[in-house]
Design a protein around this ligand. Structure first.
Ligand code: NAG
Ligand code: NAG
Ligand code: NAG
Length: 431
């Protein structure tokens, strides 16, 4: 019998499974082949001019390119940090032009939209392309099609191409300065605290700030501490000031903070031993060590192979002040004097304090704000008796009386050098 019966039923199942596997395997094979770089032209001159803006929209109006980075940690790829519409952008291609024979290679990218999109239609994406095996391209163009003319595409330098050894120990990334930022006094104090704790570089993604702040930033740029990355994200997308989508027609959360953080990790991957991802009103205060260098040495010894260190955030409300360190010459400067805010809110039952991170950038693939999404090695929570984040801002538990807060004067240990350094900056800038 051909039809019916247990035997032929079994045969049919085997047949279907075999067919399905053949189709799957050949599909996977074709997928692998399609991501391999293909030569589409030869003997042309590779152009020199490049796109200089930090945010470059592609002609599809759905893709923004931030910057390409060479990444050889898993295979030889160009990883382009970008922002894409999570549904509308389905295909993107890397176009490489290789000297000396002017070969143009096209490879299909893997578009990896980060999982922390929080409901917004646009999200951070890694646009990852295999590089031609026989050349180390210095530039790449990104296009929605494998066909076209490379001369008409914007061209980007591939950063991190040359091996470097870390030239600094600590770099702080401030992900988005926006809303005509004018908290001048607190900013200067944070900067001086970072420097006291061991920071050599602060990278700021600047959307907008006040004239007075511009003056202060100019001082720190000339000093060599601050690097400004212009961040005109709202010229391209409707930005939200919230981190999660409120069904309000906005495109991306919190001024594209997550994209800025990821770009900052890659931008400093080779040049900084550690990268700190926090806001300008947050300071990681070590309690057992005088500075970050000794603290990180000890944390690394205790946690070999760990590349991500998480620190707990604690709120010191700007509404609760002390008279100590009420420095009269500072009262004309806009912003908060953190030395006067040494009361912290107690932990709440059922509320987990958010964390911020010190990372080894070479061990991180994708980062979010309070944790990493992909990394080599594990993450470790640093106990609050080793360090906590001093975060001076409007209260979260505003109804608590002063007596219910915890007096914590750890910051005062640094008072004399902090006051001296802040005065130096103030007299050279705003006073
Ligand atoms: C992109 O936007 C510009 C200006 O709004 C418009 O002229 C153009 O047609 C758009 N392109 C696509 C592919 O939607
Ligand atoms: C600080 O001193 C000024 C006078 O110089 C005073 O007006 C203000 O109330 C004081 N603030 C605090 C919190 O002590
Ligand atoms: C300020 O710092 C000095 C040491 O630099 C210390 O002796 C003094 O106690 C500190 N002041 C306060 C109020 O903690």
């Amino acid at each position: 019998k051909l039809c019916g019966g247990k035997k032929s039923y079994f045969a049919a199942v085997v047949c279907i499974i075999t067919l399905a596997s053949v189709v799957t395997i050949s599909y996977l094979k074709s997928q692998r082949l399609s991501v391999l770089p293909k030569i589409i032209q030869e003997g042309r001159k590779c152009r020199r001019e490049i796109a200089n803006n930090i945010i470059t929209p592609l002609k599809d109006n759905k893709t923004l390119i931030i910057a390409p980075y060479f990444d050889s940690r898993e295979s030889k790829v160009t990883r382009v940090i970008g922002i894409v519409h999570h549904e509308d952008v389905k295909e993107l291609y890397c176009w490489f032009c290789c000297q000396p024979h002017g070969k143009v290679y096209v490879s299909k990218s893997k578009i990896d939209v980060h999982s922390d999109r929080f409901g917004f239609p646009y999200g951070t994406a890694d646009i990852v392309c295999l590089e031609p095996p026989d050349c180390d391209p210095t530039h790449v163009s990104i296009h929605w099609s494998p066909h076209g003319n490379i001369d008409q595409l914007p061209r980007f330098e591939i950063k991190n191409r040359k091996a470097e050894t870390s030239s600094v120990d600590f770099t702080v990334c401030i992900s988005a300065m926006f809303g005509n930022y004018n908290n001048v006094l607190q900013f200067i104090q944070s900067m001086e605290m970072y420097k006291i704790l061991g920071v050599q570089k602060v990278v700021i993604y600047k959307n907008s700030c006040s004239q007075l702040m511009e003056k202060v930033l100019k001082f720190y740029i000339e000093e060599g501490t601050v690097e400004i990355i212009p961040w005109p994200i709202n010229s391209h997308l409707k930005v939200s000031t919230k981190w999660h989508f409120m069904q309000d027609g906005t495109h991306i959360g919190y001024y594209g903070q997550i994209t800025a953080l990821n770009d900052c990790v890659y931008r400093n991957m080779l040049r900084s031993k550690f990268v700190i991802l926090n806001d300008a009103d947050e300071i990681i205060l070590p309690l057992k060590h005088p500075d970050w260098k000794t603290m990180m040495q000890s944390l690394q010894e205790q946690n070999p192979g760990t590349g991500v260190f998480l620190f707990e955030n604690h709120i010191f409300p700007e509404t609760i002040s002390t008279h100590t360190f009420n420095i009269s010459s500072w009262n004309t400067v806009p912003g908060v004097n953190i030395l006067q805010h040494v009361h912290r809110e107690p932990d709440r039952k059922d509320v987990i304090n958010p964390k911020k991170m010190i990372i080894d950038p070479r061990k991180v693939v994708q980062t979010s704000v309070h944790s990493v999404l992909r990394a080599y090695g594990n993450s470790v929570s640093v106990p609050v008796d080793v360090a906590l984040i001093y975060h001076c801002r409007v209260p979260l538990q505003g109804n608590l009386p002063r007596e219910s807060l915890i007096r914590d004067t750890t910051l005062w240990r640094y008072n004399s050098s902090l006051i001296m350094n802040v005065n130096k900056v103030l007299y050279q800038t705003v006073l």
